[in-house]
Design a protein around this ligand. Sequence first.
Ligand code: SAH
Length: 395
Amino acid sequence: MSNFSKVILKKGKEESILRFHPWIFSGAIDRIVGNVEEGDVVTVHAADDRFLGIGHSSIGSIAVRIFSFHEVVPDLSFWCEKFQSAFNVRKKIGLISRRETNVFRLVHGEGDGMPGLIVDFYNGTAVLQAHTVGMWLIRDMLAEAMKTVLGEMLTSVYDKSSKSLPFKASVEPVDGYLLGFLTTHEVMEDGNRFIVDWEDGQKTGFFVDQRENRKLLSEYAFGKDVLNMFCYTGGFSFSALRGGANLVHSVDSSTKAIELTNQNVKLNFPGDTRHEAFESEAFEYMKNINGRYDLIILDPPAFAKHKNVLNQALQGYKRLNTRAFQQIRSGGVLFTFSCSQVVTKTNFREAIFSAAAISKRNVRILHQLSQPGDHPVNIYHPEGEYLKGLVLYVE
Ligand code: SAH
């Protein structure tokens, strides 16, 4: 323990850590004993030197992210225990060895007691994204720990941290396999097959967090004319097609997304003429769709990545949803989402409320959606709840 530098907090600043919040803000620090570089393991102490936790140091306003509130040695066996615990949760949810689903999130940062680390499992390949230098520096040990826990289930580990590490990080990551090699890019979610491009795709390559919401959508799709706006790999489109939609239009502004969607449609529904994909900007496409759709999905990228653009983001959600309310068929259903962490459930609800009021439509909330159990929220870290959705009946 003694070989780690010590971060000593100002008097009284230990309160949040005593309530197991894993972040230490730089303003709470009185002094540091020892030489600390970005990504180093440090121990955190109260002003009276009491041990509080151990974590990775970062530059920026969150100076330490705690991974244990006990005096542990963060070696291979420590990380094996962490992965075992995360794995047990996925097992409990029923995601391990499910025949029709072989994609899930294995590690969800703070939600799994591993701040700064995201791991998605894709049919044998674990795609790792370090959001802190501390996690990135120990990536080989993390890969080894995953192999120990997952055994045969895991054929390879791919590190895709070059885009997730902080912009100003002092390291130069190069993406690539840490363990094993590529076997397949094909995964299955609830019977739908997808080609996941973790090398070049967004985030880890697929939006695993919408699994349960996609399933719910399929129950609303029968006989409907569906618009899947911001389709990316086409996830919601397949749920709609499986659910018996009359027609499905997938829209995204990215050429790559349209290619992926079409490729995946071919894989699942070869020759199905109910589906068409359009490369278009969302507002542009929604200018002139009056009465054309009775089921619309709006799953845009995070409009706000930082607190200071929150208002702008809320305006964005309001404008987008106003369009949908104005144009959806009478008796239509709108699935609308926000994945911005800084936008709270209440913020989002208010933006949708304003949009409904502008359109003067009669709107009922049918479901309030969130993220699934493989994206758990640490009860002491409510900031981890990021995905919000509403299913709305528009009279
Ligand atoms: N619904 C998807 C995930 C959406 S990710 C799923 O279930 O997997 C957000 C998508 O929005 C990206 O594919 C991005 O290319 C697209 N996008 C971003 N800005 C856009 C815009 N202004 N108009 C249309 N699409 C946009």
